[in-house]
Write a protein that binds this ligand. Structure first.
Ligand code: SF4
Length: 270
């Protein structure tokens, strides 16, 4: 028996769209009318503390498009090593390399794991500890080998914390780390490692891994190296003239930032 087509009208009419934040009122009207939101609307949604109101509007927009249908990716997780040079007080996964429970997967084991996955698995999600002794080729060979055994699988791998660690450990710019991983098969990155960016708190619970600005720099780098740049302000374009200098091309917002701290590799001391 097939899955019945979702009924958009019935799904939408069930869901209340009440908001408590007055700033969301005009946005709610637009959402209900199916109108496109502006950049200012996006900022208001970002700033609101009315999370339930925000969720109701988001749910309305979702159900208006897809009814009751839900879509998800069937993926698998591979944690290639738990050896980690950092210390995060909340982490029960990491181990020092001389601990009995420390492990690092051989590449052949990773490839065998991927090869044995059901055909329906569309994504391999890979994150691990910050291992101080693995060669750089371990990671590029990992990407290539996975694509060899499962060419169409999407590889989502390595948090910004890991990318920053690679940049320090292997003395390469973040741009080069990302370029080599992408060339080897990396398709996207997960968002882990962003637990708490407030320095006073992060310094208390985390030692030896990227801080908030470093994490954000990595994310800006990968966004800017994609085309089109996803961190660009909505409505602008690198090829659109600057309002302040008609006729001059306007670089995307992230390229106008001061030089990244991640552009000067030095030996990792975490
Ligand atoms: S960097 Fe990751 S693996 Fe290492 S201690 Fe922190 S949370 Fe655990």
């Amino acid at each position: 028996m097939g899955i019945p087509a979702p009924s958009r009208d019935s799904a939408v009419s069930r869901v209340p769209t009440a908001v408590r934040d007055a700033a969301l009122g005009p946005i709610r009207d637009k959402v209900l009318a199916g109108q496109r939101l502006s950049f200012a609307d996006g900022v208001a949604l970002y700033r609101t503390h009315d999370l339930l109101g925000l969720a109701r509007l988001a749910n309305h927009a979702r159900e208006a498009r897809h009814g009751d249908a839900a879509y998800f990716v069937w993926n698998t997780h591979i944690n290639h090593t738990n050896v980690c040079a950092a210390t995060c007080d909340f982490c029960a996964f990491a181990a020092r390399k001389d601990e009995p429970r420390a492990y690092t997967m051989a590449l052949d084991d990773i490839f065998a794991t991927v090869a044995a996955l059901p055909e329906q698995v569309r994504e391999v999600h890979i994150v691990g500890g910050l291992h101080p002794d693995l060669p750089w080729s371990y990671f590029t060979d990992m990407m290539r080998g996975i694509k060899r055994v499962r060419p169409h699988v999407h590889i989502k791998a390595f948090t910004a914390v890991e990318i920053y660690f690679f940049h320090k450990l292997y003395r390469m710019t973040v741009e080069r780390v990302l370029a080599e991983l992408r060339e080897a098969g990396l398709d996207s990155m997960p968002g882990g490692g962003a637990e708490i960016f407030a320095k006073a708190t992060r310094d208390k619970i985390i030692r030896g891994k990227a801080d908030g600005p470093q994490w954000l720099d990595v994310m800006r780098t990968i966004s800017c190296s994609s085309a089109p740049c996803r961190t660009r302000r909505a409505g602008s374009s690198p090829s659109s003239p600057s309002p302040s200098s008609p006729g001059r091309r306007r670089p995307c917002a992230c390229r106008r930032r001061p030089a990244s701290r991640t552009s000067r590799p030095s030996r990792w001391r975490g």
